[in-house]
Design a protein around this ligand. Sequence first.
Ligand SMILES: *Cc1c(COP(=O)(O)O)cnc(C)c1O
Length: 693
Amino acid sequence: MRTAKKTVPTLDLFRLAAVLLVVMNHTSPLADVSAMADFWLTRVLARVAVPFFLMTTGYFLSRNHWAGVGRQLKKLCLLYGVCILLYLPVNLYAGSFTGPADVLRKLLVDGTFYHLWYFPATILGIVIARWLSRLGHRVALPVAALLYLIGLGGDSYYGLVSQIPLLRTLYDGIFTLCGYTRNGLFFAPLFLLLGVAGRRWNQKLSLAGFFLSLAAMSAEGLWLHRMDVQRHDSMYLALPLCIVCLFSLLLGRNKGESRKVREFSTAVYVLHPLCIVLVRGAAKLLGLGEMLIENSVLHFIVVLALSALLSAPCLLRLQKKPSPTARAWREVDLAALGHNAQVLWNTLAPGTELMAVVKAEAYGHGGAVTARTLQRAGVRAFAVACLAEGIALRKAGIRGTILILAYTSPEETPLLTRWHLTQTVADIDHGRALAARGRRVHVHLALDTGMHRLGILAENRKEILEAFRLPNLVVDGVFSHLYVSDSLEAEDVAYTQEQLTLFYDTVAWLRTAEYDPGKVHIQSSYGLWNLPAQPCDYVRAGIALYGVRSDDAPVQRSLDLRPVLSLRARVASIRTVQAGESAGYGRVFQAEQETKLAVVTIGYADGLPRDLPQRGGQVLIQGRRCPMVGRMCMDQLLVDVSDLSEVAPGDTVTIIGRDGGQVIRAEELAACCGTITNELLSRLGMRLPIVSG
Ligand SMILES: *Cc1c(COP(=O)(O)O)cnc(C)c1O
């Protein structure tokens, strides 16, 4: 048996080289040697650095299927804020702000210090790239390339382009808003999206491509420089090709990540201009100007050393928490959730509201994050299964009605009152016991129209009236549950109709007897899919909100719902077994030929059905379907990856969701193990962190 090679995080390590180039760009170490050499080093070669940062950012974002995009943007904003404060004294000392418009322009586009343009550019670039990427590479890349070309005209080619009066006016307009076209609109999206598309090509080809395009870029830069047409010298025609080849070269050797190196290089990037200021100040104070400022090589070395020293704590710092996407995780698409709520809402009769069923941690999607998102989308009523879930929602800041759908012990009545929760009356004895506690409790009366699970029998009008008259119980609503509304069989459809008739008759009788039934509700998700809009106050929607059906059985009405949850894990190890060898517990898997196996970091303790591999379960790796093999372990499973040439430890494995052109739907997985998505999703274990975006 062979194991995979040692891992080297080439992509992260190259950040060190890139940041070195940035420091050179700002210190011109070769200025004393030759003006030409200095120009080539700092204005041509060093221009590779920032596009490389952007490309890796795009690559890692898409590798996590954009799940971390919200977090990444928040982090960038925070870091930019810290940088602004850090450089504020220098700004004030140098008097670099000329007025409110100038402050705004620098804050939002150009950066408040010369190197800080990177932050607003990356932030805006990510937003644009994310938006463009939804349109697919074929649209996104050409649009971003066009933006880059426009940017080029305001940069290295300005002197040529501005000879055309119309274009000159155009660029003059642009330059009233920003100092450079090297920004989040014209510059960042292309490199971010090239990173998103990030492919490993043949290594020799990549190497040759890199040197050829670098040579082309050098010729281009020197020619433009000699022609004296450059307004700025940040963008070249050959730069994207050069960076794509370089990236492919590095990606081909990349294994794993190094967060410490990433943070260290970011710190050097952020701090080195401050170090330039400090070194110059110190040199003047100590009378060492000749040595530390005028000697360009020495100046560069001292600045670099000081920046590295100040950034060193990043390398020593202990990581506090494991990254949520380090092992196996649930990805929750909040935009899809909001979209689904809107779609469901649109199907309701006027006056009917959505009651979001968020029991069982919102069917495995995370109770708090789901309810908060829905509250922001305008949902004012929620349903949970038990008291603890209701309290958790209140603690998470959920207002409005929270209805507990199942039994709560009468002993807990004080907590129902304390947290303003609405309790379902399970039967008349439950109602009596709740009332006997002597505290006002808000309740919805469940009517049993045939399911015989909870509620007072709809025919038992004596008990219904008793419930209404009980002291302390405030009846805010009356509801029932349809339990074959998922079926389109004639017999079941007729049965559902009988339930509806019994329910509406009972409600009508209550009204004529001058009892206010309050909020009336009976439909849940399948009631929405298979019935016309009902004259009710609420629809209790669960599974439909999460963008999936319970199974693939047909429904009456097709709704444009999007799956909210994806389930992903990582490749831990790659190993090859020879024909005749077995793998996993019970020697269930027997290799018939040489087989490449990936060990994947998820198992039945995370909520996956243990018999999934034996029932034909599959995963997606690099957008390809790979079969699970052997017996699933508690924390790991085996996948046959013989068909993949480049699979490596750290690669993302998709168990539910999309990867490239392929998708594994929750319905497919549920069908595979003979259950419904409701069960599959709600069982996803607490060990799977939720990453939302
Ligand atoms: C769980 C539940 C729902 C939600 O059902 P979905 O089919 O997921 O929409 C509605 N009503 C009651 C009483 C429930 O227990």
